[in-house]
Structures are given as C-alpha cells and as structure tokens.
Design a protein around this ligand. Structure first.
Ligand SMILES: Nc1nc2c(c(=O)[nH]1)N[C@H]1C(S)=C(S)[C@@H](COP(=O)(O)OP(=O)(O)OC[C@H]3O[C@@H](n4cnc5c(=O)[nH]c(N)nc54)[C@H](O)[C@@H]3O)O[C@H]1N2
Ligand SMILES: Nc1nc2c(c(=O)[nH]1)N[C@H]1C(S)=C(S)[C@@H](COP(=O)(O)OP(=O)(O)OC[C@H]3O[C@@H](n4cnc5c(=O)[nH]c(N)nc54)[C@H](O)[C@@H]3O)O[C@H]1N2
Ligand code: SF4
Ligand SMILES: [Mo]
Length: 745
C-alpha cells in the first residue's frame, strides 16, 4: 500500500510541533517529528504521536447526539440543531436570554475553527454569563498584564534562546512543554542556557523533571512566591542593584514599589517560604548581575492564594533588572497573525476597572469580565431571579476541571438546557441534551494565533486537513454560528451560518480600518472585503489576520508582505526571526508607561503580609501534570495510559511515615470540600508537608462513553479543591496549597 506523508502542526499544546503524519490506506500509520519544520526541527512529545489514535478513536463522536427518552442517541444534524434550538428557545422564552451561560474550554485556544469563531459566537449570541478555565489558569497573569501594560493579553515571555539566567517558578515544562511561553523543546533550551555558561533555577515544591535540566532546585511552600519575589525586589533596592537600563523613563511607580517592598525582607518572608534568607539574597544578586536574565512564573504561581501578586512580582523583577523588553529577558512576542485578543476591547476603552458587578449567589466581584469558575455550580443550583437555566459548553469539561467538581456535577442535571460542542461523551457532556461534535484534529486545518503572542520567534505554520471530513458534517465554525444565532433569539429557519459569517466578516473589517495604527487603518472596508479570500469560514479570517498583521501585505499596500498563500506554499513554516523589543507598540496604559506599582496590587500586600505570620497547616495539596496526559481529555488514548498508574498521590517519605501510608497502597485524602481514595507514591521529590495529585482524572462516571479512560479512571482532584478558595484579587481558583488530611485506608 502506498504511504502518503502529510505535514501537520500539532494542535495539542503551545509547543506547536511540526509533524509528519504517515497515512496508509486511510489510516494513520505513524507520526514523526518534521525535521524540516522551521520552528520545531523534528521535536515532538508522546502526545503528538497520538493524533492518529484520537482520529480513529471509536468513542470519538462523528454524529450529533440528542437525548431521547433519557438516553443520548445519534441523530441527524438537522434533528440535532432542531433539538438544540427547541431546548434553548424554551429557556429564552421562559426565563429570558439573560439566563443563558457559556463555558469556554481550553481547546478553544488551540482549535483552528473554534478559536477564530469564539469572537463571533460571543458577539452574536449576546451571552453575558461567561465561565472558563481561565480562572483556574492564567487569570492572575492576565490581571497583572492589564494593570502593568494596559492589555490583559500582552504577557511577557522569557526569551529562552538568548537568556543566560532563568528563574522558573511554578512551571514544569518537562510535563507541559511550556505555557505562556511558546518554544520548541523547552528542556533542550534549558540545557542550551547551561551549555553557554548560563544558569537555570527552578522554584517549586516538587523536584520535577524540569529540575534535571536546571542548576538549582529551591523548594518553596505553596502560595508564597509573591513573598519570595518581593523580598528579592527588596534586596535589589537595599543593595543598590536596581538598574532599569533601557527602561529608564518608561516606568512609573519605582519609588512606590520600593516603599511597598520594604517590609518584605528576606528575613521576614523566609519562614513562610521555607527558604533561607541568605539564599533569597543570593537569588536576587545573581539575577541582578546577569546580563540577560528572565524570571518566568506559570500555573503554580497563578492557581494559588496570591496568584495576582506573584504574577505581578515576576514582571516587577524583570523590570527592576532591566530585563523587560530586552533580548534574552522577558519579551513580548510579535505574532505573524494577530488574534482577536489583540484587538481593542470596547469594554476596556477607558482602562481596566475591577469589580464592576458581582455574582448573584456568592457576591464574587467580576475580574476581567469573569467570576471564579466555581461560581457556575451555585448559579445553576440556586433558585431566584437570574438563575442560570441554559448552558452551552464549548470544548470544556468543567465537571472535572472546575474546583468543587462535586457541586457542579450535582448541579448540571438541574439545567433546563445543556448543549455541548464536544467530541466525546465525557463527565460533563453525559448530562447534555444535545452534543454537537466537531471534526478531529486531523480533519481540521491548523494555524495558531493566540499562542503566537508568547512565541520566542515570529513563526507561522499553515496545515491543511490530513483527512477530508465525512460528507455532510458541519465544521465547528458553522456549529458556533448556528448556536450563536439561536442564543440571540433568532429562528434557525431565518438565518444561515454563512450569512452570519458574511455579516461578521464585514463588520470585522469595518472595525479594523478604524483602529488607530492598525496596518489597514483608514482603508476602504469594501475594498478589503472584495480583496479577501472567498468565504465563508476560518480561512478567510486567517488570511485577514496575516495580511493585516505586522508582516502582512496589507492588501496591496506592502508588496511582498505575507498572505496565507505564502504559508500554503511553505508547509514547513515561515520564520520571521527572534523576538524584538516592542514595548512602545504594546503598551496601552493611560500613563504610557509600565505601571510598576498598580494600586490594586499594593492594596493586596497587607493580605500577603498577614499570611507571613500564619501557622502552617501540616499538609497541603498541589496539582501536577504529566507529559502523557492533557488536562482531562486524552485518557482515552490507549498508548498514553499504558504502563503504571499516573493518578497517584505523591508523598514525601517523612510524611508517609508520619501518616502511616505506604507506597502503592491506597490512602484517603480529605479536605473541607470532599474526599477521595487514591494510591500513594512515596517520593522524596516532594518537599515535606506538600502532597501532589494530578488533575483531569476521575473517569468512572456512569453514562460517559470513554472505554479506555474508564479502565484507567483515577480520581478527580477537584473534588478536594474548595470552590470558595480563590485569590481575593484576581478571583482565580486556589488549587495549590489546599489543606488536606491523608490517612491509610
Ligand atoms: N486541580 C486542578 N484543576 C485544573 C487545573 C489544575 O492544574 N489543577 N488546570 C486548569 C487548566 S490550566 C485548564 S486549561 C483546565 C482545562 O479545563 P477544560 O477546558 O474544561 O478541560 P479539558 O480537559 O481541556 O477539556 C477539553 C474538552 O474539549 C473536548 N475537546 C477536545 N478536542 C476538541 C475539539 O477539537 N473540539 C471540541 N469541540 N471539543 C474538543 C474534550 O472532549 C473535553 O471535553 O483545567 C483546569 N483545572
Ligand atoms: N502534557 C501536558 N501538557 C500540558 C497540559 C497537560 O495537562 N499535559 N496542560 C496544558 C495547560 S492547559 C496548561 S495551563 C499548561 C501548564 O503548564 P505548567 O505551568 O508548566 O504546568 P504544570 O506542569 O502543572 O507545572 C506547575 C508546577 O507548579 C508547581 N507548584 C504548585 N504550587 C506551587 C506554588 O505555590 N509555587 C510554585 N513555585 N510552584 C508550585 C507544581 O508542583 C508543578 O510542578 O500546560 C499545558 N500543557
Ligand atoms: S509538545 Fe507534544 S503535544 Fe505539544 S505540540 Fe509538540 S507534539 Fe504536540
Ligand atoms: Mo490551562
């Protein structure tokens, strides 16, 4: 049988690996790294090799499901859309549009069609209740960027290829392959830093696989990163080591920051952090003396009690050492294609305001337009004016991903309408009235956009689909636009997805030409629309993203500039070089400067200070990831779950002895939110007093249709994480540093 090789970029994580997909007789025979890829040069991880298994997974939905007589049954697309319309319309007619909510899951950031149509879905549907795993993820970093740079999505990333000194806090690229920094083979990049005489320090309560690629591991008590980083800032001030270098005159609030940091001396924070004061001083001095240094914090610094302060303090250090926007420091990516988050958002036209409204049940203040994701359960379950009655989930599995998962699981059946855009019947979608599946990753085109904002080079890869979709199947953009129209109260008989797409595209172009400084500012929208790629669908939008991006042809105004056709002709990608200083372009603060000491951050420091003197609970829980797993949804891939059980509780030997739990034996883990029984893995890679459980497991729920995952069910760590435990400033959930008790079973 003849073998065909398709070049396709892996859509699973931020590493954006170029793959060779070998196809024989309509099946994926094997997947290899694409050595000619300009970005990844052949690198890939075990997940990337499983796209074929995902594509061929017999449990993956190829037709919609509709609940009939209590059972989810296959239906035609027309029947499924009719059922979705009937259900959602009942909610709208009975209780008003304002009782609809949406949950936007992680694959939205990676999926070609979904990513580009989230904006239109939100704009057209008019849904105002928006929940997402962003509030168990990067919300504190969004907040820090909003306040410091005036743009929640301009997040500085470490310039890994050129830095000589890297401090990593709460990230484990050994598992994750990098997050909020897009780079290929992150561990190889860490090795390269050391090979060129630089230094890598990892600060984490667990001696992770990343530590094997570092010079130093500093265990830290969960939730105390902000205190550590502020103490480093205090040392820089006290020892005269602050040097803004190129940032001189571009930063506001240096004195205010110095005053605010003064009380966070190394001696003051040392007991809480569990790090000797002298080591904190040395960390600060080494960073200050590095010519090219970067501090990088990720999910461990976000999903914790002081997530906003820690996220902010990371960039405070980058500024104080003159490393922000500097080669080898922490830099802003220059995407070859803009993404929707880069466009001005009218709701923040006058700057970011926090707490504009509060949640109905808990009274939680909104932050950047969202409430903590744990609010969703009570907003569904609590009767009264404004109760959520209908929910549309898009590529999300909140029944597993959201803290206090038990309450959400209990609440979902109470919805009058649950419509899920999802490819599997899982812990969430098993409650659905209608499931509308998208195409497989190999039936979709691919071109990243959001992720390019923190990529260490300006690259782009376009991948056409490997397999043609089965006839008659809508793409996800059509599903989203159809649902958007229905949620907006229109009758499906009165519109088509194609019409909405054309309207949206026209409106988009009309808006772009009015953005000051935008590459097609002032142009005639009709001319741009006429010169656009034929629609409908995401390719037309992608072409626009590229052509009106920083390297684009500006629809003729920049001859030789990039268009989608250039990427189509370059299957191994186009690389427009390393990160470049561009602070002036990205800053959107009112002062026109980097705000080093935003008032909301300073106001939260008393809370941090009070924490320093608090008695430590004997045992706290943190989260972890594994390279052969992807949040909750890849445990149905046989080759990834093979081998020993990965859903285990990591316990330090001293703790294990004290608690009387044994390696390989089950233990009961209990918190104020719930309890689970899980096998123990005794390991000195944990710091004493901290235990670790991965999230994304718990596939033993009745009604789910995940044959493989059910045999490797594991337990849901979010049954243990209390919903009300949030970082007070960002509203982000705390899943690291959660007090637990562990006992033998
Ligand atoms: N305790 C704890 N909880 C956490 C975290 C943690 O570290 N600890 N991490 C948090 C983080 S960072 C995240 S991002 C969230 C993830 O939270 P979610 O986004 O809710 O969960 P995922 O597991 O990513 O679920 C993805 C869903 O998309 C579906 N899907 C996959 N591919 C496609 C596709 O191509 N199209 C469609 N339509 N659907 C698709 C899957 O079936 C699945 O239902 O979890 C969060 N929860
Ligand atoms: N293989 C794989 N890759 C993934 C994912 C996946 O599930 N599997 N998920 C993707 C997603 S959605 C995301 S958001 C990214 C996340 O990417 P990363 O941020 O790299 O995530 P983790 O691997 O969970 O690493 C978090 C680390 O924080 C540590 N930590 C916990 N609490 C604290 C604390 O208080 N302080 C400090 N300093 N450290 C702490 C944990 O021990 C852990 O080692 O990964 C992405 N990539
Ligand atoms: S690291 Fe793995 S999952 Fe991430 S893009 Fe590369 S192959 Fe895909
Ligand atoms: Mo995430």
């Amino acid at each position: 049988m003849s073998e065909q090789i398709h070049i396709h970029t892996c859509p699973l994580c931020e590493a954006m690996c170029g793959l060779e997909v070998h196809v024989e007789g309509g099946r994926v025979a094997k997947i290899r790294g694409d050595a000619a890829d300009v970005w990844s040069r052949g690198f890939l991880c075990p997940k990337g090799t499983t796209l074929g298994e995902i594509h061929h997974d017999p449990d993956r939905l190829r037709a919609p499901l509709v609940r009939r007589g209590g059972e989810l049954r296959e239906a035609s697309w027309d029947e499924a859309f009719d059922a979705a319309e009937a259900k959602l319309r009942d909610v709208i007619d009975g209780h008003g549009k304002g009782t609809l909510a949406t949950y936007l899951g992680n694959p939205l950031a990676h999926n070609f069609s979904l990513g580009r149509y989230l904006g239109p879905f939100m704009a057209i549907s008019g849904i105002t209740h928006v929940y997402s795993p962003g509030t168990v993820d990067q919300w504190p970093k969004n907040l820090s960027s909003a306040l410091m740079f005036g743009d929640m999505w301009r997040i500085p990333a470490p310039d890994l290829p050129r830095t000589d000194h890297l401090i990593v806090l709460g990230a484990n690229p050994h598992a994750s392959q990098g997050s909020l920094v897009a780079a290929s083979d992150v561990l190889g990049q860490l090795d390269a830093i050391r090979a060129r005489g630089g230094k890598v320090v990892v600060i984490d309560p667990r001696r992770t696989g990343t530590v094997r690629h570092a010079d130093e591991w500093i265990p830290i008590r969960p939730g105390t990163d902000a205190a550590l980083l502020l103490a480093m800032a205090q040392v820089l001030f006290a020892e005269g080591l602050v040097r803004l270098r190129g940032l001189e005159g571009r930063v506001a609030g240096v004195e205010a920051l110095r005053d605010a940091a003064a009380r966070f001396t190394p001696e003051a924070v040392s007991p809480a952090c569990g790090i000797p004061a002298e080591r904190i001083r040395r960390l600060a001095r080494e960073l200050a003396s590095a010519e090219r240094g970067a501090v990088y914090g990720r999910i461990g610094t976000c999903n914790q009690e002081f997530g906003a302060l820690a996220s902010w303090a990371v960039d405070v250090l980058n500024v104080l050492t003159g490393n922000l926007d500097r080669e080898g420091g922490a830099m802003f990516g220059k995407p070859v294609a803009w993404s929707f988050v880069n466009l001005p958002d009218p709701q923040w036209a006058d700057g970011y305001v926090l707490g504009r409204f509060r949640s109905r049940v808990r009274g939680a203040p909104e932050v950047l337009g969202q409430f903590p994701v744990s609010c969703l359960a009570e907003e569904i379950a609590t009767p009264g004016e404004g109760q959520i009655r209908g929910l549309v989930t898009i590529a999300g599995n909140p029944a597993i991903s959201a803290p206090d998962a038990g309450r959400l699981e209990a609440a979902l059946p109470g919805l009058e309408a649950l419509v899920c855009v999802d490819n599997w019947v899982n812990e969430t979608t098993r409650h659905a009235d209608v499931i509308l599946p998208g195409l497989s990753p190999l039936e979709n085109s691919h071109f990243d956009d959001l992720i390019l904002n923190w990529a260490v080079r300006s690259v782009g890869n376009y991948s056409p689909p490997v397999f043609p979709p089965e006839p008659g199947r809508p793409e996800e953009w059509e599903i989203l636009l159809t649902l958007a129209g229905i949620c907006a109260g229109q009758r499906r008989a009165d519109f088509t997805a194609e019409q909405l797409d054309a309207l949206f595209y026209g409106g988009l172009v009309a808006g772009l030409v009015q953005i000051p400084g935008f590459p097609i500012e002032g142009r005639d929208p009709a001319e741009i629309v006429a010169a656009s790629r034929p629609g409908p669908g995401p390719l037309r939008i992608l072409d626009l993203q590229i052509r009106s991006g920083p390297f684009g042809d500006r629809f003729g105004a920049e001859p030789g500039g990039l268009t989608l056709a250039d990427f189509e002709a370059a299957p191994h990608g186009i690389d427009r070089g390393p990160m470049v200083p561009r602070l002036g372009e990205v800053l959107r603060t009112k002062s026109g400067r980097v705000e080093l000491a935003p008032a909301p951050m300073l106001a939260d420091l008393d809370r941090l200070h009070a924490r320093l003197g608090r008695a430590e609970p004997p045992l706290v829980l943190v989260s972890r990831r594994h390279v052969r797993s992807n949040n909750s949804w890849m445990h149905n891939v046989p080759s990834l779950v093979r081998g020993r059980d990965r859903c285990t509780l990591l316990v330090h030997p001293d703790d294990a002895a004290r608690l009387g739990v044994e390696d390989g034996k089950p233990a009961r883990v209990e918190s104020s939110a719930g309890a689970v029984v899980v096998p123990v893995e005794v390991s000195d890679e944990m710091m004493p007093g901290v235990v670790s459980l991965p999230h994304g497991w718990g596939h033993d729920r009745p009604g789910a249709r995940l044959g493989v995952a059910a045999r490797h069910a594991g337990v849901n760590s979010n049954l243990l994480n209390p919903g009300e435990l949030v970082d007070a400033l960002s509203g982000n959930q705390v899943v690291n540093g959660v007090p637990v008790e562990v006992s033998p079973v």
